[in-house]
Design a protein around this ligand. Structure first.
Ligand SMILES: [Zn+2]
Ligand SMILES: [Zn+2]
Length: 59
């Protein structure tokens, strides 16, 4: 029970919505490495300063 998140929600590219594989969220369609929120695990667009889901500022 280390991770609370084990639901079926896939990690999706915030740009093109393609599915990505954790723990290395690299979108094969965009060829971009997607930044993932360390708190909630949501993929973030690079231009965002903070997570839209939980408000955690990016480091
Ligand atoms: Zn993509
Ligand atoms: Zn977050």
């Amino acid at each position: 029970m280390s991770e609370a998140k084990s639901d079926s929600e896939a990690c999706r590219c915030p740009y093109c919505d393609a599915e990505m594989e954790k723990p290395d969220p690299i979108c094969k369609a965009c060829a971009l490495t997607i930044v993932v929120c360390p708190i909630c695990g949501k993929p973030l667009r690079e231009e965002l300063r903070e997570c839209p889901e939980c408000g955690t500022p990016r480091t």
